[in-house]
Design a protein. Structure first.
Length: 334
């Protein structure tokens, strides 16, 4: 049994808490919002995020950030724009022996750093790992069989996470490529948002298949330029996470994209859906691609739709009208 604190009582944080509690671990969930904690205690569920899923009474709920003291593992379930702020508030209480596991997917505004890089800067004396893959909170919480991947700079740490979190319905694989796992998990939200736009425009399966296939190409192109391994993007954190996020109505990125494709403004679509990690990540990924000199046409066109007022239908025409290419990446890059 491990003593685990999960920072963040959103859908995925709470789903992991329920999963870990069911597996016999001691679990504490922290939230910044007292009203959210009160609602869970009062109703036994978080109706806004996981309606109908009972939160076990054995899970401790708190707004006291010092709950990270004396823990074996702290899991970060914080949306990427707020990760550094929360990590900095944790610093005075976190012991060096505690393993920090990041589940946030995105790039930090300004620095364009991945979330593990942010966590490592805040916790230089701790082992930091990423946990990512095709894992909708709604299904993890309901014990739907799920596979994810963990990666850290220390393989023994990855094995500890694997052995601690794996159970009958949650299978954890180990990967040594932290950067690849993070880039795949973050940028798939961009492509999923674009896939939703295609759905909202009423386009077909051919379009979505093309978008997903070329999407994983540009994700991997950026990832490799940042030091990731190409094969990582054929795994759970790459194509696996891309499939589930582009094709499921559980995906907030896809749902927001559908609204945008139907003519709703991007700002209003995000307001209606809630946390849409791909919205901010699109802007940051486009900036990173320009900084790295990497061509990412889907990301570029989506950024223009989201932030420059480009009509979505025009963005599709722009992508279809690009100069003819050879599909193989070596020829493309030459």
């Amino acid at each position: 049994m491990a003593d685990i604190t999960i920072l963040g009582s959103g859908g995925f944080g709470l789903a992991l808490a329920i999963m870990c509690d069911n597996a016999g671990h001691k679990v504490t969930v922290w939230s910044k919002f007292q009203d959210e904690i009160d609602a869970i205690k009062r109703t036994g569920e978080l109706k806004a995020k996981l309606p109908g899923v009972q939160v076990n009474k054995t899970i401790e709920l708190t707004t006291d950030i010092s709950c990270v003291k004396n823990k074996d593992m702290v899991i970060l379930g914080i949306p990427s724009p707020f990760l550094r702020e929360v990590c900095e508030s944790v610093v005075p209480y976190l012991e060096s022996r505690t393993i920090v596991v990041n589940t946030a997917k995105g790039l930090e505004g300004g620095s364009l750093k991945t979330m593990c890089c942010v966590a490592k800067e805040c916790f230089p004396n701790n082992h930091v790992a990423v946990l990512t893959g095709p894992s909708h909170a709604e299904e993890v919480a309901r014990k739907v069989p799920t596979t994810v991947v963990t990666a850290s700079d220390d393989r023994e740490v990855s094995y500890y996470i694997q052995n601690t979190l794996s159970n009958d319905t949650f299978r954890v694989y180990v990967n040594d490529d932290v950067m690849g796992c993070e880039i795949g998990g973050s940028l798939k939200n961009v492509i999923a948002l674009a896939a939703g736009v295609c759905d909202g425009l009423g386009l077909g399966d051919n379009t979505k298949a093309a978008l997903m296939t070329r999407g994983i190409r540009e994700i991997s192109r950026l990832g490799v330029a940042m030091g990731a391994k190409l094969e990582t993007f054929g795994g759970l954190s790459g194509i696996g996470d891309l499939i589930v996020t582009c094709c499921s109505m559980h995906s907030r990125n896809r749902r927001a994209g559908i609204l945008i494709g139907k003519g709703v403004t991007p700002e209003e679509a995000v307001r209606q859906v809630g946390t849409v990690e791909g919205y901010v990540c699109t802007k940051n990924a486009w900036e990173l691609s320009k900084r790295m000199g990497i061509e990412m046409p889907i990301t570029e066109q989506l950024a223009k739709v989201l932030f420059e007022g480009e009509p979505a239908a025009n963005a599709i025409k722009n992508l279809m009208g690009r100069p003819n290419r050879n599909e193989t990446e070596s020829t493309f890059l030459s």
